[in-house]
Ligand binder design. Structure first.
Ligand code: IPM
Ligand code: MG
Length: 364
């Protein structure tokens, strides 16, 4: 029997709809296994700007820091897209990442055989695809200063800064190496060492760590070449590790090649057990409030929460198995229905909950 306090930030768009269903799955897990999970909600993103003038309240961050885990939905939408706005929904997300110091963002990419037809790639390339991207999440272009827009000699100018320290690179590559040890023991380190100073430092650190960890095969690739390889030979990857901006771009590419973007979860981890779990898909404002969003990425994120923050690997596996099963049996929300008949967000979650109960009772 375990106790846990779980913070929930649904955010904007479909975020609240899908996190509600993920909470329901976690409640089912608690019920089946005799755990006690307590949930509390905090505002973030665009609706937080509307209500409080900021995308993240300092008090929310303090409370989340004392929780065992954070389940996050998504932020943003056209309503808050004015480039001149003093604050943006994304500031809330970035504030949480930085505030919790979750420097390693794990984005597993796997294929569901029955969804392969939705992929833009030939399905013959895809059956073997199974990799994880470890994206550095609290450094690089997203956070380094200077970062500003200003006027000078009749021109508007802007600057962003990419900065990394050896320690920041080393800790995220360590996460990738440890992850690879439980998989196929291969790490692809991605950089832009031919142009960027931070890229050369990245490669230097990765090369040293390759020497120190001979049981894991660490290779290097330039980011442009990696973008190409993701579509030409996606099956060749096991663990990919890269800096923040490259990771942002490569994970959208990686997510879409499987044809199941709405299915992919993520975990953001730091040096304590407190982690942040969110679906990769965004706030999808076009379908918000319609009850049609796919809750499976949020549900799979809650499985990662069970595994990484609560140490409940068996329960996590059972949730993942339930999702595998409902997909194999043909349950489809609109995004993965390929024009066929689709069920609602809540119906999909109901199917997962029922399957979870059945799996649990047959396993005993
Ligand atoms: C992501 C998103 C975010 C990012 C946005 C919403 C700020 O694209 O998590 O990949 O760029 O990190
Ligand atoms: Mg992104």
């Amino acid at each position: 029997m375990g106790r846990a306090r779980i913070a929930v930030m649904g955010g904007d768009g479909i975020g609240p709809e899908v996190t509600t269903e993920a909470v329901r799955v976690l409640e089912t897990v608690a019920d089946l296994f005799g755990h006690h999970f307590e949930f509390f909600h905090e505002p973030v993103g665009g609706h937080c700007i509307d209500e409080h003038g900021v995308a993240l309240l300092p008090g929310s961050l303090r409370r989340v820091k004392r929780a065992d885990a954070l389940l996050f939905g998504a932020v943003g939408g056209p309503k808050w897209d004015d480039p001149r706005a003093p604050t943006r929904p994304e500031d809330g997300l970035l504030g949480v990442r930085k505030g919790l110091q979750v420097f390693a963002n794990l984005r597993p990419v796997r294929v569901y055989p029955s969804l392969l037809d939705a992929s833009p790639l030939k399905s013959s390339k895809l059956s073997e695809v199974d990799f994880v991207v470890v994206r550095e999440l609290t450094g690089g272009l997203y956070f380094a200063k200077p970062k500003r827009v200003w006027e000078s000699r009749g021109q508007t100018r802007a600057v962003d800064t990419c900065a990394y320290s050896e320690a920041e690179i080393e800790r995220v590559i360590t996460v990738a190496i440890n992850l690879a040890r439980g998989r196929r023991s291969r790490v692809m380190s991605v950089d832009k060492a031919n142009v960027m100073a931070t890229g050369r430092l990245w490669r230097q650190v990765a090369t040293r760590m390759a020497g120190e960890n001979p049981d894991v095969k660490i290779e290097h690739v330039l980011v442009d070449s990696c973008a190409m390889a993701l579509v030409t030979r996606p099956e060749s990857f096991d663990v990919i590790v890269t800096e923040n901006t490259f990771g942002d771009i490569l994970t959208d590419e990686a997510a879409v090649i499987t044809g199941s973007m709405g299915m992919l979860p993520s975990a953001s981890l730091g040096s304590s057990a407190l982690g942040m779990y969110e679906p990769i898909h965004g706030s999808a404002p076009d379908i918000a409030g319609k009850g049609v969003a796919n809750p499976l990425a949020a549900i799979l994120s809650s499985a990662m929460l069970l595994r990484h923050s609560l140490g409940l690997a068996y329960e996590a596996r059972l949730v993942e198995q339930a999702v595998d099963e409902v997909i194999a049996e043909g349950a489809r929300t609109a995004d993965i229905a390929a024009g066929g008949s689709a069920i609602s967000t809540t119906e999909m979650a109901n199917t997962v909950v029922t399957t979870l109960r059945t799996l649990h009772s047959t396993a005993r």
